[in-house]
Design a binder for this molecule. Sequence first.
Ligand code: ADP
Length: 348
Amino acid sequence: MQHFFTTLAPFTKTRLILSLWYSLILLLILIAFSIVLIVTYNSDVARIVLQQDFGSHFPRTLSQTELRLIAAQVRELRHTAFLDIIVIDIITLFIGAVLSYFLAGKTLSPIQKNMISQKYFVADASHELKSPITTIQTMCEVALRSKTRTKEEYKKVLEQVFDESQRLGRLVTDLLSLSVLDTGSSDTFKFLKLSTLVGKKLSAMEAQFKKANIMLERSISPNVILYADADKVEQLLIILLDNAIKFTPKGGKVMVNLNNKAQTQLIVEDTGIGIASEDRENIFKRFYQVEKSHSVTGAGLGLAIAQSIMQLHHGRITVTSTLGKGSRFTCIFPKNAFRKKRINKISL
Ligand code: ADP
């Protein structure tokens, strides 16, 4: 038995063990009910037989033959009832075991999905971490072996090592962000003026847009208040703006819109390369990158972080895009229930 369980896949094993526990509980309940049933029936059976055979004439003095007849009848009835109960118990236990197996599968399914995605995540993360480390090691090894290198060549190696270590640093920061977001803590939430936050960030990034020769347009509603984590919302904006710069060719345009109509909406739209429909549903997955964009910096974690940030704020992020024309990312924050009540108490 021990060997049988150890050879099974961990989830099949857990499912079987869980089903066995469910079935065991059912068996105990069945045994308890059956005992109560048998005891009650046993005490009633003689009375039932006597009433059946003699009706209202009972009680009266019975002859020896009648007593033997009644005793045989009682024994037979008890025997049949006992067999019936056992058969019903076996059938119930069998159905219960099948249902338990099904129920155990249902219970374990989300945990299993979670574990599988964690497994893939760790594999992807290790792969992404390994590649810059390998590059750094190879470059250092080659540089150390060669005795005839010039000062400029060493400088070039150091620059490459620096670039790779920066990539490594970004990746580790992204992984940490995701793990913090996975905890789903909203302890750092406070009321903040989103209009000011977005305005400040756009001003701070103006130089980046200029350098990339991309025009930045903004339309920001004043006095948009949000109950949120300021650092995370800023991180979300940086991710979307960084991507817009990365995937918009020179001479393009990026429009940022913050409005507070039915809901609070933050929109980042660009006139970049766009995203094909088959990629659109995958870009929010961890480590997903569109094939053509592999050469651009990034590990495919930006939009996964953006989505986690929106989930933390009970909002959502959507994308619409036309290949070759541009993309539009919309972040929708739900209306805040306590905003109206506490808005006067906020110091902004
Ligand atoms: P990365 O950090 O590699 O950019 P993201 O998760 O931010 O990863 O994005 C995933 C993929 O989505 C990118 O590889 C890119 O192909 C695509 N993408 C994201 N933003 C845009 C955009 N504004 N325009 C076109 N493609 C985009």
